[in-house]
Ligand binder design. Structure first.
Ligand code: SAH
Ligand code: SF4
Length: 394
């Protein structure tokens, strides 16, 4: 199965490479290879992650060619003649971002956390959760299976803020994965030391998924005791300056959060120049201090996706698992039809998946990863979306 198709290098200007996909030009940064015009590469999240031989690339492109144009046609048909807000957002998504849909894998490798965020089931004060940590080798093997057997080209490594994984261990995980697998590694390990992220970058990590949670410092500091809003946002900015691709965003529906707060949250995310917007509904967890608060409605979250697309038409917007959890049957499809163009598939070994209980009854924990991939591919094709990641659009 293929989540990204090879593209041909048609231009090189320092580290910026122009790649051709069936006549469409995209740009990607090249940090790792010495490339020549005419070579074939896989790009992911705006980075070139692998060089492939012509013999390998041509049959893949031949197999994709017909489907590539057929999917574009379905997408254009579905997104034409917009009438309501969601359809207008979907129209803009098609117009500015085309039909490619990022499909990243996520490995949730530890549910230990030193923090006590009031909204989260992994908070350290929740003593009703069974904790687990995956060994370094197990994480590397899981990643290898996801890349080599399942076809993922980008993997998010996520955990609670678990300091058992020190700088050395995180670097061993990143370099251990990259030794055998060509993929984009995105760290989502919380607010760890800048030096740790610096070392991880040196050994090849290129993405950071770190939400600022809310742009309202008062709410932030209330819900994340002991943490300072400015430091969180400051860290995201510093890591962006270091070269990390940023995925960031906020929680929707936190107690006390207003519509104005959310409008500002959209703009704050955009100001971080993110590779991807990642925002999703707050879902109350019964074993947390916010357990009795209501969750936002599906429509409310879809509105935020649509508003974001209207304001920032060429962005990547993720349908989060939390949104899918609000409506397990229609959440993903409706998110994709309201302006979103990315999703993640949980590739954590099944035995740990229910233990990573940030909030209860998360979507996608009950079926195998293979079943989930089959479902996602079928859904994307019915919507005319190509489950590829073609680098940053030009
Ligand atoms: N510990 C890391 C990464 C894991 S938590 C960190 O905090 O950055 C990943 C995300 O889960 C958080 O950024 C938060 O936005 C989200 N989250 C936590 N509790 C949640 C809840 N009850 N409902 C929905 N999302 C939640
Ligand atoms: Fe820990 Fe992240 Fe949950 Fe906060 S949101 S308690 S940092 S896992």
């Amino acid at each position: 199965m293929c989540y990204a198709i090879p593209g041909k290098v048609v231009g090189i200007e320092n580290s910026l490479v122009t790649i051709d996909y069936f006549g469409e030009k995209k740009y990607a940064k090249n940090d790792f290879f010495s490339l020549k015009i005419g070579e074939y590469v896989y790009a992911q999240g705006g980075f070139i992650i692998q060089r492939v031989s012509e013999e390998e690339a041509l049959p893949i492109l031949e197999a994709w060619k017909e489907l590539f144009f057929k999917l574009q046609e379905i997408d254009s048909r579905i997104s034409a003649k917009p009438q309501n807000l969601y359809q207008r957002a979907n129209y803009l998504r098609q117009k500015y971002s085309g039909n490619s849909c990022c499909v990243h894998g996520i490995i949730e490798f530890s549910n230990y956390c030193r923090n006590d965020c009031l909204y989260c089931g992994l908070r350290k004060s929740n003593d009703r959760i069974r904790r687990y940590r995956m060994e370094i080798g197990e994480i590397i093997n899981t990643a290898e299976y996801a890349v080599k057997k399942l076809g993922f080209k980008a993997l998010v490594l996520q955990s609670g803020e678990d300091v058992w994984y020190d700088e050395d261990k995180i670097c061993k995980i990143v370099s251990g994965i990259l030794k055998n697998c060509a993929c984009l590694i995105i760290l989502s390990i919380g607010e760890r030391e800048e030096s740790l992220f610096g070392k991880a970058y040196k050994v090849g990590a290129r993405g950071l998924l770190l939400r600022f949670e809310t742009g309202n410092p008062i709410l932030y500091e209330k819900f994340r005791p002991g943490h300072i809003w400015k430091e969180r946002v400051g860290l995201i900015k510093k890591l962006s300056a270091l070269g990390y691709l940023i995925m960031s965003g906020f929680l929707i529906g936190l107690p006390g959060q207003t519509k104005e707060d959310l409008e500002k949250d959209i703009d704050l995310t955009a100001s971080l120049k993110p590779e991807m917007f990642s925002f999703g509904p707050f879902i109350p967890h019964p074993n947390t201090p916010l357990g009795d608060f209501p969750k936002p409605s599906l429509e409310f979250v879809l509105d935020i996706i649509a508003q974001t697309r209207m304001k920032y038409p060429d962005s990547r917007i993720l349908v989060t698992t939390a949104l899918e959890t609000l409506d397990k049957i229609n959440g993903l499809r409706l998110g994709l039809l309201s302006g979103a163009n990315s999703l993640m598939i949980n590739v954590t070994p099944q035995k740990y998946r229910t233990l990573y209980e940030i909030y209860p009854e998360r979507a996608g924990t009950e079926i195998s990863v293979e079943e989930r991939i089959g479902y996602v591919i079928k859904l994307l094709q019915s919507l005319g979306r190509a489950p590829t990641d073609l680098g940053r659009g030009g």
